[in-house]
Structures are given as C-alpha cells and as structure tokens.
Design a protein around this ligand. Structure first.
Ligand code: S3P
Length: 198
C-alpha cells in the first residue's frame, strides 16, 4: 500500500480553459498561475492582439477604433482555441461576441471570474491602459459595463467569485473545483482529466 506522501495526482487538459469577465477580475494574473500549476501554455488575448498589431490596445482603439480591435480579438481567440489546450485570459469584451461564445463552447470551457464593482474598481482605477475607462466618471462607466454584460458573462460554463484579498492559489483551486463539478455533469467530454498515480 502506498503512503499519503507517495500518492500523486496528475491533471491534464483536453480543452482550453477560457477566463472571461470584466476588467479587473484578475483573468491575466490568475490565468498565469493556473497555467503554471497545470503545466500548460498561457495566452492573453489582449497581448496577442497587441503583438499582431505591434500597438497597445489603447493605440489600436485610438488609431483604428473599437470595431477593428474587436475583429482582431475574435480572430485571436479562434486561433488560440485551435491550438493545444491551455489557459486563455480574454479581454473583457471578447465573450460578448456570439461567434466567440460559440467557439469557446465547442472547443473550450469558459470560466466567469466575477467580482464586486468595488473590487474591480480598486484594481483598475490607477491604470491608464483601458481605453473604455478614459472618460469622465470612469467608475460609473465600469458599473454600467458590469450591469450591461452580467447576463452574458453568466452564460459561461462556470462562475467563480473573486473577492479582494484572495490569493491566486485560492482562485486556482476554486476554478479547478468549479470545472470538476461542471465536468461531472458532462462526463463524455470533460475539460480536466485527473489521474491518481499510486
Ligand atoms: C475591454 C477589456 C480590456 C481590453 C479592452 C476592452 C472591454 O481587457 O480588451 O480595453 O471591453 O472590457 P481586460 O479585461 O483584460 O482589461
């Protein structure tokens, strides 16, 4: 018989874990930690769009407008879903596209990182990188975005709450537990495979 110390669990992915939710939810920072825990690639759709355009998100909005950014974002998400399973942090607007939601439903597992407006605001308020918040009353803008989008984010396969002060490791655990519960409901196509090595 093996002791508890010898009992190892390996976890592997069959689908990309796609993190969705509003700016400030922690998709990028938690996503990086999740990918490193799972030993899978991490991608961030904003960074991929920026690399393809050789411009920052803010510059793309300023020079070409939001519609152009959205079409690049849609292409990037589709390309990454076609690649090996990993963790993908999406920009806060990516999941609004019906085509993108359908692609994620077919090829990934979506996780809404939900957070209160206070938590989100606290995390974004001093960062000038979000073009949608570069206007008067940015907190009200953020609040409106959350209210307008909440019902769309709620279409994600699972929802995980991010409270301020929670460590990334706790968030990783919450995400994996939520996906595990979701997988139990569709055992023919689980996103995360867990094997006990004894
Ligand atoms: C946006 C969110 C941003 C970025 C762009 C638009 C949005 O990404 O894609 O500024 O529409 O909510 P983050 O959610 O990573 O900040």
């Amino acid at each position: 018989m093996s002791s508890a110390a010898e009992h190892k669990i390996t976890v592997s992915l069959t689908r990309t874990i796609v993190l969705v939710g509003l700016m400030g939810a922690g998709k990028t920072s938690v996503g990086k930690r999740l990918a490193s825990f799972l030993h899978v690639p991490f991608h961030d759709s904003d960074q991929e769009v920026e690399a393809a355009a050789d411009l920052s998100v803010r510059e793309i909005f300023e020079r070409y407008g939001e519609a152009e950014f959205r079409s690049g974002e849609t292409r990037v998400v589709q390309r990454l879903l076609n690649g090996p399973p990993g963790v993908l942090a999406t920009g806060g607007g990516a999941f609004l596209s019906e085509a993108t939601r359908a692609a994620i439903a077919a090829q990934g597992v979506s996780v809404w990182i939900n957070a209160s407006i206070d938590t989100l605001w606290h995390r974004v308020k001093d960062k000038p990188t979000r073009p949608l918040l570069q206007q008067p009353e940015p907190r009200e803008v953020l609040e409106r975005l959350l209210e307008d989008r909440r019902h769309i984010y709620a279409q994600a396969d699972v929802e995980v709450l991010s409270e301020s002060g929670l460590s990334h490791d706790v968030m990783v655990r919450r995400i994996l537990e939520a996906i595990r519960t979701f997988d139990l409901a569709r055992p023919d196509s689980p996103a995360v495979l867990q094997r006990d090595l004894v």
